[in-house]
Design a protein around this ligand. Structure first.
Ligand code: SAM
Length: 481
């Protein structure tokens, strides 16, 4: 259940179609959230232009890049172990260069480059276009670093290469950075302030994906509902925009409508929604267009008003319930998932019970749950003591994970006996005779392959389920093909 990002994806090396390049091989390994996986596709695209081909083999790599995550201490420890491994290989192959990308870059640049001397290159999330220059520096024997965070970099002009793609679903980045300043979260420090990408370049990327046969896109950002294009620049500077810029600005609901209308057969998903920014017009757009998937990832983090306030989540429990009620009123079949943190500083048993009762109210379809991990530099680390003992955090985590499991099962059971549309993504992991895909609600469904193929939209009658998977049989292609 604990699965913010697909743990099986963690550390995946991503490869693209080989081209006749300069003979140099790049290995790129990604950790963390979907944004990081999407960023690795941008990096591979920038380096493909420099002649690099990708490889999955550490031994044959000339350049190894690790796209890192800082969200919890455990994520950073995983990356550290990988860096140790690279350095062991470097002893055999001294020509190999190692670079750290992403969220750990800013925080640990001095430590990595100067104190521990375990990397040659450190590049922050807004500096990937500088990679060719930085690699030149490294090749000339110097360490290279660029961790400058930008006001306007969105990589809108880079057409990402699709790494390890099934050719069916792809991520499209629409915002970068985050302005929310949740007191537990390191993202505003590692990825900078929030900015949105030109809707025209987003649509062009979606058009290109549609032309290549992709059937589903996920619009990505730390806080997609806060998307606002007014000609470029930081979201926080919108107040200083001209009258004409304000009048012609594009918000998230408008972007969703544009994408849905441009490709009525393409499934459109998005992630992540922050409750404080999710407006009724977004829910209305979702309800209106059948190709916008009926699924919202709506992290709440806690069910206690007091803790929500300490976390600087800018909504109350009641306001969250209002949002849930509006979603259910306009889209009774919409799935909702959560992120939850147990053991935030000062969390009491009563606060924890508020979280359990909030979960009972919503009965989430899925959940991604974590024990609080203090992150250096965040407001919580500076102002609050990490005072909930580890075993209490763990026990509370187990309680919410168990409750989520029960609710997930309750939700999957509602599908039994119904026929649902499934987009086939891949072979089922458990059986090579079955396909695996997802419903509009993002629930995984498996069924016998028969005559169908990856990328087909199939109507599947659901006969059985576990808490995570629907089990059924195809009744025919859906009209969406
Ligand atoms: N932008 C989204 C939001 O704020 O709702 C998600 C941000 S984060 C990449 C994904 C999840 O990691 C968060 O929703 C939160 O549950 C978890 N997380 C973030 N900081 C954490 C921390 N210090 N300790 C434990 N979990 C954390």
């Amino acid at each position: 259940m604990e699965k913010i990002i697909d743990e099986k994806q963690q550390g995946n090396t991503l490869v693209m179609e080989p081209k006749a390049g300069n003979g140099k091989k790049l290995m790129i390994e990604s950790y963390g959230c979907q944004m990081n996986f999407s960023d690795s596709e941008i990096v591979a695209s920038i380096l493909a232009k420099e002649g690099f081909d990708t490889t999955q083999s550490l031994e044959e790599a000339d350049l190894v890049l690790i796209n890192t995550c800082s969200i919890r201490d455990k994520a950073e420890q995983t990356v550290r172990k990988r860096l140790e491994k690279y350095n062991a290989v470097k002893k055999i192959n001294p020509g190999m260069k190692v670079g750290v990308l992403g969220c750990m870059a800013e925080r640990l640049k001095a430590q990595f480059l100067e104190e521990e001397k375990i990397v040659d290159l450190v590049v922050g999330p807004d500096a990937y276009k500088d990679l060719p220059n930085l690699i030149n520096e490294v090749e000339e024997g110097r360490n290279a670093v660029n961790v400058i965070l930008s006001k306007d970099e969105t990589y809108g002009d880079i057409s990402p290469v699709r790494l390890q793609s099934n050719g069916v679903s792809a991520f499209v980045s629409i915002t970068r950075g985050c302005d929310n300043m949740c007191t537990f979260c390191v993202v505003p420090f590692t990825r900078g302030r929030e900015r949105s990408r030109d809707p025209q370049s987003i649509l062009e990327e979606i058009n290109d994906l549609a032309a290549k046969g992709f059937k589903e896109i996920t619009l990505l950002g730390q806080n997609v509902d806060s998307y606002l294009w007014y000609g470029g620049g930081l979201k926080k500077d919108f107040k200083n925009a001209s009258e004409i810029q304000k009048a012609t600005a594009t918000n998230f609901a408008a972007l969703l409508r544009m994408a849905a209308e441009a490709h009525p057969k393409m499934r459109i998903r998005f992630s992540t929604s922050n409750p404080q920014d999710m407006t009724l017009d977004v829910i209305e757009a979702m309800a209106k267009y059948p190709n916008i998937c009926k699924y919202i990832h709506l992290p709440v983090q806690s069910g206690s008003d007091r803790i929500l306030k300490e976390m600087n989540r800018l909504h109350t429990r009641e306001e969250y319930f209002e949002l849930i009620d509006n979603i259910r009123r306009l889209m009774p079949d919409c799935a909702i998932s959560q992120d939850m943190i147990t053991g935030f500083p000062t969390e009491t048993e009563e606060d924890h019970r508020d979280t359990l009762s909030l979960m009972e109210y919503v009965k989430y379809d899925f959940g991604f749950m974590f024990a609080y991990s203090e992150r250096p530099g965040t407001m919580a680390a500076r102002k609050m003591e990490d005072d909930v003992p580890e075993e209490v955090k763990k026990r509370r985590l187990t309680e919410i994970v168990n409750l989520q499991q029960k609710h997930s099962h309750y939700r999957t059971q509602q599908f039994v006996g119904k026929t649902v549309e499934v987009l086939i993504e891949k072979e089922s992991k458990k059986s090579d005779l079955h396909w695996s895909g997802r419903t509009s609600q993002n629930t995984v469904a498996v069924f016998p392959k028969e005559k169908y193929k990856v990328g087909d939209f199939v109507n599947v009658r659901i006969n059985d389920c576990t808490s995570a998977t629907l089990i059924g049989e195809a009744v025919g292609l859906s009209e969406n093909n």
